[in-house]
Ligand binder design. Structure first.
Ligand SMILES: [Zn+2]
Length: 193
């Protein structure tokens, strides 16, 4: 673990490397601002920031739910190859186990945010989120399946290099979503182009 002072100095040197004067007025506080920003953007390395994923016993209100639950939202992450932002939308779905537990809806977005707050590749991000949510539901009566699709715009591709727009899609499927084309197609019907 390097000290904040060392990190601050390294950022100053990086500013010099790109041709800047780190002592000029507008840049004086920039290393400190960047360090504070990094703490927020990369809190996904900090176990203490890990969201507590609330779950409820299926059927506690008299209804046993065993249909597909779908949640959508946005995500922001940073690519590990160029340290550039990638961001976009996600579609998450799962089928609760009738004997198992169901997820608190807001926890899906919080899990996406936590796993995205690291240097990532989009392929691993979908896996990390599904893994963490599956773990939260327990192994005794695991969910019947989970699916996560992300469509992301990658600034390392759009604003530099080949400079091409467009989205990248990554998907991770488990259980019924992997085994049954019918279940998979029901999920894909929720995913709007
Ligand atoms: Zn990249």
């Amino acid at each position: 673990m390097i000290s904040e002072e060392k990190a601050r100095q390294d950022i100053r040197e990086l500013l010099e490397f790109i041709g800047e004067d780190p002592n000029r007025e507008g840049l004086k506080e920039t290393p400190d601002r960047m360090l504070r920003m990094f703490k927020e953007m990369f809190r996904g390395y900090n176990e203490q920031e890990k969201p507590v994923i609330t779950t409820f016993p299926n059927g506690q209100d008299g209804i046993i739910y065993d249909n597909m639950v779908v949640d959508t939202g946005t995500f922001y992450s940073v690519c590990e190859h160029h340290c550039r932002t990638f961001f976009g939308e996600y579609w998450f779905a799962y089928i609760p186990n009738p004997k198992g537990r169901i997820l608190g809806l807001s926890k899906i977005g919080r899990t996406v945010d936590y796993c995205a707050a690291r240097l990532q590749v989009q392929e691993r991000l979908v896996f990390d989120v599904v893994h963490m949510l599956t773990e939260a539901l327990g192994t005794e009566h695991p969910p019947l399946g989970m699916a996560l699709m992300m469509k992301g715009r990658h600034m390392c591709k759009e604003s530099r290099g080949v400079k091409k727009g467009g989205t990248m899609t990554s998907t991770y499927l488990t259980g019924a979503f992997r085994k049954s084309a019918q279940v998979r197609n029901e999920f894909l019907a929720y995913v709007k182009e």
